[in-house]
Design a protein around this ligand. Structure first.
Ligand SMILES: *[C@@H]1O[C@H](CO)[C@@H](O)[C@H](O)[C@H]1NC(C)=O
Ligand SMILES: *[C@@H]1O[C@H](CO)[C@@H](O)[C@H](O)[C@H]1NC(C)=O
Ligand SMILES: *[C@@H]1O[C@H](CO)[C@@H](O)[C@H](O)[C@H]1NC(C)=O
Ligand SMILES: *[C@@H]1O[C@H](CO)[C@@H](O)[C@H](O)[C@H]1NC(C)=O
Ligand SMILES: *[C@@H]1O[C@H](CO)[C@@H](O)[C@H](O)[C@H]1NC(C)=O
Length: 215
């Protein structure tokens, strides 16, 4: 379960700003190590990540929490984990708790500024009641799973299925990275550029279980 820090946080601000607020795509690579990217380690083949690094800004002196729920809560709420009761560990699958509901999340603030807000991927901030879940915490749409880890192909954890398109339980029929990329492509392509957009895109990869795509 979530024993390592996110290896990489990439913030890409659109260079071609159509509206006065920039479009924001925030990609999280879960548990990817410092030396697991081509721009640090030539033994790693990661051309797309290298491209982003080369044409953007590398923030190489930042600090995050060592596990998922505290990190994700800090990013979305702006509060340190010990101010949110999340300093101990991650939110486990059957835990009757979630990130404190008395905090305003980043997408809620961005909506006040006129943003469309979307989330694709791993939540891990609790799901014991609807109020804890992404579409109740500022995201217009959600496509992903609520727990910390699951199978990359059949989308199950502890014998239960964990995948939703907004609130509807579904099961994609492909490897999760491709399913998330496909949805991201669709959202970005179909978005009306006159409105600023925030896309929070925390991929499942490369968190355990270690499952690569079949092709
Ligand atoms: C971090 O970035 C700075 C500025 O680009 C660079 O001088 C430094 O060598 C980098 N450090 C590491 C550990 O990559
Ligand atoms: C919000 O909840 C946290 C965690 O339960 C608590 O520590 C904090 O005092 C609360 N803040 C407000 C403003 O109610
Ligand atoms: C999903 O795949 C895992 C192996 O990663 C397997 O143990 C489990 O039985 C599968 N569940 C379903 C519902 O197919
Ligand atoms: C999953 O289901 C199998 C078969 O019913 C059961 O033996 C096993 O204990 C279950 N595992 C979990 C984690 O609930
Ligand atoms: C995009 O939104 C603007 C402002 O609401 C509207 O005028 C325009 O027709 C929309 N464009 C498309 C392609 O829907």
């Amino acid at each position: 379960m979530d024993v390592f820090v996110y290896g990489l946080l990439l913030l890409t601000l659109s260079k071609c700003v159509v509206s006065k607020s920039p479009h924001i795509v925030f990609i999280v690579a879960d548990d990817l190590g410092w030396n697991d990217v081509g721009f640090h380690n030539p033994a790693i083949i990661s051309p797309n990540i290298n491209y982003l690094a080369k044409h953007g800004m590398i923030l190489n002196n930042s600090y995050v929490q060592p596990v998922c729920s505290p990190s994700r809560n800090a990013f979305l709420s702006g509060f340190y984990p010990f101010k949110s009761g999340l300093q101990n560990f991650v939110i486990l699958p059957q835990a009757p708790s979630c990130a404190p509901l008395n905090r305003t999340f980043l997408p809620q603030k961005l909506k006040e500024l006129g943003y469309a807000t979307h989330m694709i991927g791993k939540w891990h901030l609790g799901m014991c009641k609807w109020e804890c879940t992404p579409t109740y915490r500022g995201f217009d749409t959600f496509y992903g799973y609520y727990n910390g880890q699951e199978d990359y192909y059949n989308y199950t954890v502890l014998n239960g299925s964990d995948f939703r398109d907004n609130k509807e339980p579904i099961r994609p029929n492909e490897y999760s990275t491709y399913a998330y990329a496909r949805r991201a492509d669709k959202i970005i392509t179909q978005h009306n550029k006159s409105q600023p957009m925030f896309l929070y895109l925390p991929f499942q990869s490369v968190h355990e279980p270690i499952q690569v795509s079949g092709h």
